[in-house]
Design a protein around this ligand. Structure first.
Ligand SMILES: NC(=O)c1ccc[n+]([C@@H]2O[C@H](COP(=O)([O-])OP(=O)(O)OC[C@H]3O[C@@H](n4cnc5c(N)ncnc54)[C@H](O)[C@@H]3O)[C@@H](O)[C@H]2O)c1
Ligand SMILES: O=C(O)C[C@H](O)C(=O)O
Length: 321
């Protein structure tokens, strides 16, 4: 498996590469070759990470290549993990952020289109993840839209862990939870279909609205406040989970959450990259269809999807789509 990681010398890269090389992403029988894409000024740091990877003597790790050239980095890639992006800095407007990221994700989309393997699967982690994925996909016309995804698995995992604590149950006993919409504070963690140990639960509306939903949706900001920098190990872990489930399949009798290109399901405009309840079989994500969406959920899904629509309009106006 040829795996390209962008932003490889960053915080998430440092947590992610060792998990991939250990076999956590694709299992103990799949050798991996890593391609690290970095900015020229971070190549030396990437070399240091590669030295540490060597020093782990991972049996599955076949090779490590480091480059600042996207065509080289994505050459025959089966998996592209787009982590490097331009973070928001003080005083930066959303349009500035989208424009700065357009300058990264448009060329990377083209490089994937022109160089990656026919089966390439792309996960965008770098924020704003959904819209960065949309930009990359728009610049890769020969790669099916279904191969471009954005990460909401960290939100999903956070939501599962918080519910497990609130219900005093094991993480493994929670199933059928969904993150809808954007990987932002408008996301909607939906407990309507959740089962705990196979049984549905009564959810207190006041707790849901004033505690649970805002805590999950703002967890990223809480980590930044506590750690002084954004989630790294948990983000890397979520990327491992996302790719593992995409390629090897989701657990039976459950679903997970991933941001994938909408086919119009659940009223999400076709073409937006939005988080849905999904399963994966045969290496393809499928949206779980036919769920009842009550009025409470409808309003929250619509609000997050409206934000995605605004981001799409903003990047369209910038000529990035
Ligand atoms: N989707 C999620 O759930 C989630 C969770 C946590 C963090 N994030 C996002 O992930 C991104 C990375 O986070 P981090 O903590 O690793 O940041 P970081 O600043 O530690 O590392 C980013 C790295 O990307 C590199 N980079 C920047 N532009 C690049 C380009 N064009 N090509 C290649 N490399 C490039 C930088 O040199 C840097 O080494 C951020 O946008 C962060 O907001 C997303
Ligand atoms: O919230 C952030 O800005 C960082 C990241 O997207 C996260 O969810 O931890």
């Amino acid at each position: 498996m040829r795996i390209t990681v962008t932003g490889a010398a960053g915080q998430i890269g440092y947590a992610l590469l060792f998990r991939i090389a250990s076999g956590a992403m694709f299992g103990p029988n799949t050798p991996v070759s890593l391609r690290l894409l970095e900015l020229p000024q971070a190549l030396a740091a990437a070399e240091g990470v590669a030295m540490e990877l060597d020093d782990c003597a991972f049996p599955l790790l076949r090779s490590i290549d480091i480059t600042d050239d996207a065509a080289e980095a994505f050459d025959r890639s089966n998996v592209a993990l787009l982590v490097g992006s331009r973070p928001r800095t003080a005083g930066m407007e959303r349009a500035d952020l989208l424009s700065a990221n357009g300058a990264i994700f448009a060329p990377q989309g083209r490089a994937i289109n022109d160089n990656a393997a026919d089966d390439v699967r792309v996960l965008v982690v770098g924020n704003p993840a959904n819209t960065n994925a949309l930009i990359a996909s728009a610049h890769a016309p020969d790669v099916p839209d279904a191969r471009f995804t954005a990460m909401t698995r960290l939100d999903h995992n956070r939501a599962v862990a918080r519910l497990a604590k609130a219900t005093d149950s094991a993480v493994a006993s929670i199933s059928h939870l969904t993150i809808w919409g954007n990987h932002s504070s408008t996301q909607y963690p939906d407990l309507s279909h959740v089962l705990v140990d196979g049984d549905s639960i009564d959810v207190d509306r006041e707790w849901l609205e004033s505690d649970y939903i805002p805590a999950v949706a703002n967890r990223g900001a809480a980590i930044i406040a506590a750690r002084g920098s954004s989630s790294a190990a948990s983000a890397a872990n979520a990327a491992v989970d996302h790719m593992h489930d995409w390629v090897l399949g989701t657990a039976q009798d459950d679903w997970t959450s991933a941001a994938i290109t909408s086919d119009g399901s659940y009223g999400v405009p076709a073409g937006l990259i939005s988080s849905f309840p999904v399963t994966s079989t045969g290496g393809d994500w499928q949206i779980v269809e036919g769920l009842d969406i009550d009025e409470f959920s409808r309003a929250r899904i619509d609000a997050s999807v409206a934000e995605l629509g605004e981001e799409r309009a903003a990047v369209e106006a910038l000529g990035l789509l």
